[in-house]
Structure formats: C-alpha cells, structure tokens
Design a protein around this ligand. Structure first.
Ligand code: MN
Length: 360
C-alpha cells in the first residue's frame, strides 16, 4: 500500500506540500492540471513542471486524479475520435513522466452531487451532506447552491462555464441510456487500452457518486454487477477501479467487503472514507473512524492487507474541523484528512505487525 494525498496544485489549494510532508506516511501526491478543460491535450511543459515540483518536495507523482473525459465521448458524438486522440496523447505524456495510475469517471453531467457542503454535525464539525429530497430539485438551484458554498475555489466536475448551459447538456444526453453509455465507454476503453498496456499505465474508474441515477441520467459504475460488467468491457489489468468507499457506501445495498474481495486484483487506487446514512436515503460524511459511520474501514483495511494490496490509497473527503471551514476546499481541508491518514496507517500497521507476529 502506498499512502497518498490529493493536492490541487500551487495557488489552487489551501495546503502546502511542506505541510503535507509533515503528515507521517504520505508517500505520494495525487494531482491534476485542473485548469485544462476536458478534451484538451495536456501540455508537456506543464506536466513536467508539476511532476518536478512534487518530486522535489519528496513525494512520488504517480497518480493523477483526474483526466476528465469530454462529453462528446460519453454521448458518442462523431467528434469523439478527436477527443480520444487527445486523451491518448495525454496518457503518453503522463507515462513519460512516471505516472502509473489515472483516476477518471464516466458520469454524465455531474461528477458528484451534494446538497450542502457545510452540514453541521452533532459535535459542531461540518461536512458534505446529501439530502435525497433536495437532490433532484431544479438543477439550476442545486448548481447555484453548490457553487456558492465553494467560495473562491473551483471544484472539479462543477465548472461554471460548462454548467451554465445545463439545459443543452441535459438535451445532449437525452438519448443516452445505460446501454448507450456503456457502449460509448467500451469504445473509449478499446481505443485507449493499447497505449495504456504499452506503458503499463493503469486506468482506475471512479464509482458514481452517489451510486444511483440522478435527473434520469444513467450511471454505470454503482454496484457489484455494474463493476463486473465494466471490468469486462476490456478485460485487461489496465482497465481497473478506484475503490471509493464513500461513493459506493452511500447505498446500503453495496456490500463493500465482498466487492473489495471480488475486484481486488483490479483495484489500483482506493479512496477510503466513512459516511452515515439515514432512512430517507440522505448521508453525511463522517470521520474515517469505523465506529463513526456505516463503512467498515477496519474490515476493509484488513482485507486490503490480506490481499497484499500494492496500489495507492488516500483518505478521501474530510470534515471541516477546528475552524477550518471555508478556508479550505470543501471536503479537502488539512486536519480531518490528516487524522484519516493516521487512522488508516494505524490500522494497516497493526495488521502488518500482527501478520508478522511481532509484539514489540
Ligand atoms: Mn472518491
């Protein structure tokens, strides 16, 4: 297991690489070029500069999250071939600079949905919250609320320029059902896989967040059955999974332990975090501790350890605590994610010691 930390880049994150270096156990930075619009080639100079900055700070830069996929590819428009060519160009360049895993998603329109970015919890902390009854109201209201909560930060998947034409975006997807989206995904994967295999670079699809259809838009990475099908679209180790417990775990129907066990050899990247569901289908993000939510992180870390997981792992969203709210990116503050690292490392180290039968 290689512990990593998501960092949004110089001038685009409230946390410095130097601070991240002070968190024990973090080996790698998960990065991206967030200002490059989906579909465009990533400039080599920018890749080189970012990788150099990360490695100079003492981290590996082997995981990119995300290289976003242009809507034309998901919808299956004729211009998709050009965008796929651009994607392959970016894959080749990233491989050249040592990138081993690319996290991406295949969700139409919204990368993720929450209805409140600062929901107060019982202990006075606050965190990202999803209220089912509010999630499918007028999309313009939802977008306005989310963007307002983000303050001056841009948020991946919530690009104001793209969402400004939300009606046209919905129209463009009107003919895209689950089968069409799956076939468009197969087309994309078949085109990019030769390049991935040549370089040993692994694609790791992020599950749908939350794992059910919203606004009637199809979702194809949301259950064991969907993931089984997805991994067979191209049955290659390079067609893998980002195992995100906070996304998959928002549905009580997903048995995360059995999913991790079944798909472990195709899991290249893991986002481990906790959340608490209620009976209405709402959920709030919680501390990483197993007892604080519905995700059995203890059991999952044990399983990853038993399976000899050698991929990358990171704490996922954290709560906003100790007055950090609105000084950091929503869900991406320093404190709670650092606590998350220590909790996950603590579990891992304990299982490691136990398996070696070390008592001292
Ligand atoms: Mn995630």
């Amino acid at each position: 297991m290689k512990m990593t930390w998501r960092w949004f880049g110089e001038g685009n994150d409230s946390i410095s690489l130097q601070y991240i270096k002070q968190i024990p156990g973090v080996e790698g930075i998960v990065w991206s070029l967030h200002d490059i619009p989906a579909g465009e080639k990533w400039p080599e100079e920018r890749i080189k500069a970012t990788v150099n900055q990360i490695t100079a700070a003492g981290f590996n830069a082997e995981v990119v999250e995300s290289v976003n996929i242009h809507d034309a590819i998901k919808i299956g428009l004729p211009e998709r071939d050009q965008y796929i060519d651009n994607y392959i160009d970016t894959i080749e360049k990233l491989a050249k600079y040592g990138v081993k895993v690319i996290c991406y998603n295949f969700m139409p329109v919204f990368d993720w949905v929450r209805t409140d970015l600062y929901r107060q919890d019982e202990d006075g902390s606050n965190a990202l919250f999803y209220e089912k009854a509010l999630a499918e109201r007028n999309p313009k209201e939802l977008i306005a609320d989310v963007l307002k909560g983000a303050g001056e930060f841009t948020m991946p998947g919530w690009e104001p320029e793209r969402l400004a034409s939300i009606e046209q975006l919905f129209d463009a997807y009107s003919e895209v059902d689950e089968d069409t989206l799956t076939e468009n995904c197969r087309y994309f994967l078949e085109r990019i896989m030769p390049s991935c295999e040549k370089h040993g670079l692994k694609m790791a699809v992020h599950p749908d967040d939350p794992p059910w259809p919203i606004y009637g838009l199809p979702r194809i990475v949301r259950s064991a059955e969907h993931i089984r099908k997805y991994l067979k679209l191209v049955d290659s180790p390079c067609n893998g999974l980002t195992f995100c417990t906070g996304s998959l775990g928002a549905s009580g129907e997903n048995d995360l332990l059995s999913m991790a066990s079944e798909f472990h050899d195709r899991i290249h990247f893991a986002h481990l975090r906790n959340l608490k569901r209620n009976e209405q289908g709402d959920f709030i993000e919680r501390s990483h501790r197993t007892e604080d939510g519905d995700v059995n992180l203890t059991g999952l870390v044990r399983l990853f350890h038993e399976k000899g997981f050698e991929g990358y792992l990171r704490p996922d969203h954290g709560r906003h605590i100790w007055g950090e709210e609105k000084t950091c990116r929503p869900g991406y503050g320093l404190y709670d994610r650092a606590l998350g690292v220590m909790y996950l490392m603590g579990l891992w180290d304990a299982f490691k010691k136990e398996s070696k039968n070390e008592t001292e």
